[in-house]
Write a protein that binds this ligand. Structure first.
Ligand code: NDP
Length: 485
């Protein structure tokens, strides 16, 4: 199935597409049909070496030019991404199966936001001057050097940009390894960055499984690793990076709570719960999959939720009327199905959905369980699919305690008409990215990331600068040196 934006080779290194057919073949599957649409080759050791040496060769000169010049290139790339949004959205849809009604508005556009935002910041990155009597200290904000980005499969364009934009703004080089499930989009990001004027070698994309990610993480020439992935992978990558005392950003999984009080606006709360569970067919790390509903509003909430789920348009993702697409892969579909079986076996009440949809591709019905209790597997483990667990609660205190009883801490949300309560509850949530009367907004201006096992570091916002640069302090003595002997 040819499409206009198909990349021409597996890797993008030193400013050009590169192929090495000695690498194991990775088939690229369109999740809406199960058809193979492309093949890429896993990076061989020679490809990995090429990516590292070209990045190292380019980085110092890049860090030496002014931030304004670096930013200009990133902002040009942002404009080009916006101009090509339609084609990039088609590619994102082929890579992930997410419907065009999402990809046209969220994926390339949020990547462009990151390039524009960090491009704008690049010229204002400075150190400070600290006067100490006649002596003084100045600090220099310096690049880390070579950063490795490793992506998950749910937002391949966005993740490639969210990691690349701050890294490049701060004067680093980046090697990005997309998930083997969605290898295509990051290649286009690299192509556009270079078309916008990025010098060769500064943003290289190489393909492969964790077997390619692992040697990148341990290579002594790599200074920083930024991973978006699951907690088990995060543990491995964090430990491997620790061997070399490397900087890390870990954007990992979640099992986030969404607390809906009796006084919430019902329509908004249902809308929030839909955004928190069914966008991208539930394959979103920050999803609020434990929906705590206060008992007084529970029946009305479940009824309205079912009504609105009946309006979901499930089908061909290329049809812009479709608003619910397939899971990314047969494997992910079967993982999610096994959780649905577990939910029923452990006594949760299936309110709607639960079945694979009879058509080509990996479609699963939007699924809601009610009467879920805290000890059930579907309330404890990240499912990463369109499965909402509704739990009942009586008091605010109880909801807060139960919401925090999890190893994860990525997100949390609250719906209430009592704004004082909204702020009070959110202040007590052990989570990094929180929402009041909203869910799953991720503007580039706001820090994004998790606490507890959901990660370390923050992406987006000025906070990301701290994770892609380091401070050097320089003491300057103005007088004689007073030594003891
Ligand atoms: P995985 O953890 O399976 O993989 C993440 C990436 O790490 C992939 O590119 C993978 O390669 C690579 N990888 C696997 N093992 C290693 C290793 N030992 N060394 C280096 N790299 C390795 O996650 P998924 O791709 O399945 O994505 C889903 C997960 O990502 C969910 O848990 C989700 O919550 C999380 N996520 C977190 C986000 C956040 O910002 N907090 C955002 C989006 C998703 P490959 O898969 O190709 O083998």
């Amino acid at each position: 199935m040819p499409y206009p934006t198909q990349p021409t080779a597996s890797h993008f290194i030193n400013g050009a597409y590169v192929e090495d057919t000695a690498g194991v073949e990775i088939p690229v599957i369109y999740p809406a049909t199960g058809a193979q649409i492309a093949v890429v080759h896993e990076a061989t050791p020679a490809i990995i070496e090429h990516a590292i040496t070209s990045a190292k060769a380019a980085q110092k000169a890049w860090a030496a030019i002014s931030g304004t010049e670096r930013g200009r290139i990133l902002r040009r790339a942002a404009d080009m991404i916006r101009e090509r949004n339609y084609d990039l959205s088609v590619l994102e849809t082929y890579d992930t199966g997410k419907p065009m009604s999402e990809t046209l508005y969220v994926d390339a556009t949020s990547g462009a936001d990151a390039l524009e935002y960090f491009g704008g910041l690049a010229g204002s990155l400075t150190g400070e001057h600290i006067q100490l009597g006649e002596d003084w200290v100045y600090t220099r904000r310096e690049a880390l050097g070579l950063c490795v980005g490793i992506g998950a499969w749910n937002y391949p364009t966005q993740i490639a940009c969210w990691k690349g934009a701050p890294a490049l703004a701060c004067g680093n080089a980046m090697i990005f390894k997309p998930s083997e499930t969605t290898p295509l989009c990051a290649l286009k990001v690299a192509e556009i960055l270079h078309e916008a004027g990025l010098p060769a070698g500064l943003y290289n994309v190489i393909q492969g499984t964790g077997a390619v990610g692992a040697p990148l993480v341990t290579d002594p020439r790599v200074d920083k690793v930024s991973l978006t992935g699951s907690v088990p992978t995060g543990r491995k990558v964090y430990a491997a990076a620790a061997e070399g005392i490397k900087h890390v950003t870990m954007e990992l999984g979640g099992k986030s709570p969404l607390i809906i009080f009796d006084d919430a606006n019902l329509e908004d709360a249902v809308g929030g719960a839909i955004l928190a569970n069914f966008y991208s067919s539930g394959q979103v790390c920050s999803n609020g999959t434990r929906v705590f509903v206060q008992k007084g509003i529970k029946d009305a909430f479940l009824k309205r939720l079912q009504d609105r789920l009946n309006e979901a348009k499930i089908g061909n993702p290329m049809d812009e009327a479709t608003n619910f697409g397939p899971m990314v892969s047969e494997r992910q579909l079967s993982i999610v199905q096994s959780y649905i079986v577990r939910g029923e076996a452990e006594g949760a009440r299936l309110v709607c959905g639960g079945k694979r949809i009879e058509r080509d591709g990996y479609f699963l019905e939007p699924t809601v369980f009610a009467d879920v209790t805290d000890d059930m597997t579907i309330a404890r483990e990240e499912i990463f699919g369109p499965v909402m667990a509704v739990l009942d609660f009586d008091t605010e205190e109880e909801a807060i305690t139960r919401a925090n009883e999890t190893e994860f801490g990525l997100s949390a949300g609250v719906f209430t008409s009592d704004l004082t309560r909204g702020h009070r509850v959110i202040a007590q949530m052990e989570a990094g990215s929180c929402f009041i009367n909203s869910y799953n907004d991720a503007p580039v201006e706001a820090p994004f990331g998790g606490s507890k096992n959901s990660g370390v570091g923050r992406e987006n916002s000025k906070a990301a600068i701290e994770h892609y640069s380091q401070m050097k302090s320089v003491y300057v003595r103005m007088g004689a040196v007073d030594a003891p002997f």
